[in-house]
Design a protein. Structure first.
Length: 230
């Protein structure tokens, strides 16, 4: 049996497991057992539960990797006993009692906020016409179009739900900052890094969708985390 930890990739809002399509093949080629969870995006508790159940079902040690809202998810799901580390990719890292709305209120809203629209059912959509400009401006037109039109809406309550005690307090973490992010302010991401004190942090001249535009660097960070925990 391989000593390498398994890796679970956790998507964020307006996305699904396919957002990791540029990362999965490289991790697989390196010999990792990789899974990309498909979260319902119906509440923070629902998404933590779905991710935690997948983590518990993996054989042996498991590393969680979360993008964007997925960072809030892995902060909760990271308490699963076999989870040994957390990697945050341009992601939220809330502390106990914090909601994403509260974190957003700390500074001016990012440009993407002007293009989010609630529907009558309590879900939030990203204007497809503004998706590339504000979510993945450094991604090619075809991939950006697919991401925009195949987006998965997120329940507005996910931004209101308060986080529990985060696993990053007790388990090692890694963080990637996207310096050209128009969805989560880079200043907020750097604040997470300062507060979390991860094992390692890197900054990329990337959009919010850094795992698509800079997959080699993201794979290298995940591999570094996995190797240090093996």
């Amino acid at each position: 049996m391989s000593r390498k930890p398994s890796i679970i990739l956790v998507h964020g809002a307006w996305g699904d497991g396919s957002h990791w399509s540029r990362v999965i093949p490289s991790l697989h080629a390196k010999g990792y057992t990789v899974r990309a969870v498909q979260n319902p995006l119906t509440s923070l508790a629902d998404d933590i539960d779905r991710t935690a159940k997948l983590a518990a079902a993996m054989e042996g040690s498991t590393l969680l990797v979360g993008h964007s809202y997925g960072g809030a998810v892995i902060s909760g799901a990271g308490h699963t006993p076999n989870v040994i580390g957390l990697v945050y990719i341009a992601a939220f890292a809330p502390d106990k009692g914090e909601s994403l709305n509260r974190i957003f209120s700390m500074r001016d809203l990012p440009p993407a906020a002007a293009h989010l629209h609630p529907d009558p059912h309590g879900f939030l959509w990203f204007d497809p016409e503004k998706f590339r400009e504000n979510f993945c401006q450094d991604v090619n037109e075809t991939d950006a179009l697919v991401m925009a039109l195949a987006q998965k809406s997120i329940a507005t309550r996910c931004f209101e739900d308060k986080a529990g005690k985060p696993a990053w307090i007790t388990k090692p973490s890694w963080y990637q900052v996207s310096e050209n992010d128009r969805t989560i302010p880079p200043e907020t991401q750097r604040w997470f890094v300062q507060r979390m004190r991860p094992q390692k942090s890197i900054s990329l001249a990337a959009s919010h969708a850094s795992m698509t535009s800079h997959p080699d660097e993201i794979v290298a960070l995940i591999d570094d985390a996995a190797r240090s925990l093996a």
